[in-house]
Structures are given as C-alpha cells and as structure tokens.
Design a protein. Sequence first.
Length: 327
Amino acid sequence: MPQTDIVILKALLNAKEAFVSGNSLANALGISRVGVWARLEKMREQGFSFEAVRHRGYRLVHEPLQLHDRLTRAYLDGNETRIKVLYEPEVDSTNSEAERQLAAGLGDPFVVLAGHQTKGRGRLGRTWHSPKDCNIYASFAFRPQMAPARMQTITLWLGLHLCDLLHRTYDLPIKLKWPNDLLVEDKKVAGMLTEARVDSDLTRDLVFGLGLNVNCRMENWPRDLQQRATTLQLASREPLRINKLAAELIGTVVEAYESFMKGGWQDELMRLWQEHDYLGGRPVKAVRGREEVEGKVIGITPDGSLQLETKSGDTVAISAGEVTVKY
Ligand code: BTN
C-alpha cells in the first residue's frame, strides 16, 4: 500500500508535532479508521513510532534512521511529480541499475536509491564502501540529448549545489574538492560518479551517482577509510533524518539539472565555486594519465577545468584527473 502510507506520512509530517485525527486520515484515503490503524501498525514494524491518543488521533514521534522509500517520498513535498523515485533495499550499484533502467526505456528523470550496494563503484575503477542502511546511495538518470562539450561542467554544477544545500540547511562546512569529492573538515564525506552514453555526438544518457556518508558508524570500516573519510553524523554530532535529507538532495539535483539545461548558469557556477571550493590557493599535484603537474590552484575556467599556476609562473588548465594537496 505505498500510496496509502505516503498520504498518512505526509499528513503527519505536515502536522509537525500536532495530532492528526484517524477520521481525517480515513476520509482522505477513503478507507476505514481500522484500515488506518492497520497501516500504522505495519509502519511501526518498520521503525516508526506513533503516539495514539483517544479523540485526538495520531502523531509521529520517531522515524527510521535508514532509507524508507515511502517516507522519502512523503518528504518530497511537491517534487514528487518532477522525478520518479525507485528504491532497492540491495543492489549491485545504483549507477548500474540506473543504466539498466535507461536501457530498458524508462523515461527520465528518475533516481535510484538503495539501502545497500554490493558492488558500489568509485572513480578510476575503485570500489565505493557501501554499508547497509545508514548512508545514501543515489543515482540520478537523465536523457540530455546535448553535445558532450555542453555537459562538461554538470558534475561540478550539481556538486556545488549539494554543498550549498548542506551548508544552508545543516550549517555544515562542506567544501567541494575538484572534481568529484565533497569534504568536511578535510575528510571525504561524499563522492560523485557521473557516467554518460554518447552516441552520434550527443549525450544520450547521463547518470549522476552520489555516495553520501550519513549515519554509519565507522569502527569497522577499512583503516585507510577511517583516516580519510567522515560522516555527516560525526560532523554535526547527531544522527540526521536520512529520509528528509534524501528528499532534499533529490529536490536540489532536479532543480539544478533543470537550470543547467536552460543555460545561462556561468556566473552562478563561479559564485558557488568561490563559496564552496576547497582547493583555491593550495599547492597541489595533479595527475593526468602519466603526466604530473604541480602548482598553486588559482581557480576554474568557464568549462570547469582546474587552473594551476606553476612555479615558473605559467597557467595550466587540467580538465580531468586526480588532485592531491601538498602540505
Ligand atoms: C568517488 O569518489 O570515487 C565516486 C564515488 C561514487 C559512489 C556512488 S554511490 C551511488 C552510485 N553508485 C555507485 O556504484 N557509485 C555511485
């Protein structure tokens, strides 16, 4: 009964701390009060707590701290008509699932969310550590039908909007480390992996994958990750409402993608870069295939390449690669 649960959860979320009468829920759904009660019982088994008071109704007192597709949809609040949300408790990789759905003809835009990935993929053939039910693994799928050159800055654009969201809504000092990492206090909290299918010089399909460390405990993570990575919970010192966050991410990505496709975003890209860039002014080593360039980061070009000033005073633009900060 996904739609029934979404209607109930939406009403309880909108009421905030207040009670919602069983009668009004039953009327809105065209079911009996016992039917409402039965749905709430089912949701209790899934990690929700509801307070029930005679003659007043129900209120939501606790929500699950893991992804719950109906709760995410209830939080979407108006954005549900703008994007389809698919949820898998477990999948090999949400990027791979999004690619399969695109190949099968599913209309865009849609997002694949998963509670767990068995083969989460990172950049440069790496794996993405994807423990169960405490992080966000999301892949957004679009069919841009646009020349690949025009899509070059999409990851940067979306990543900067995600920084902006996390900064404004959660007051977290999130920075974007060019080209694909989100950092908080020098540690990686999220990675982005954009994959595209280009055909006859048009980007036909585009999948933007986001792995965001949210509420997972890191004690059992591989040692190198414990040193390099962090979670939003650690940064904000309390667990986050992951379904609310997932809905906010979805709303932000859909909105940012639409404005990107309309064009005229160049000034906004530069403004967001100034605000959320991690590398500016730092000495770095950039590796492009077998080539290595060292220099100080001085900005980005309009097409999203990283600009370095080398020791000899030359300006070099790096369009892709791996960057490490030299301390
Ligand atoms: C990186 O920093 O190397 C990029 C990591 C991207 C991970 C996300 S998790 C959701 C989506 N599915 C995947 O298999 N990878 C991306």
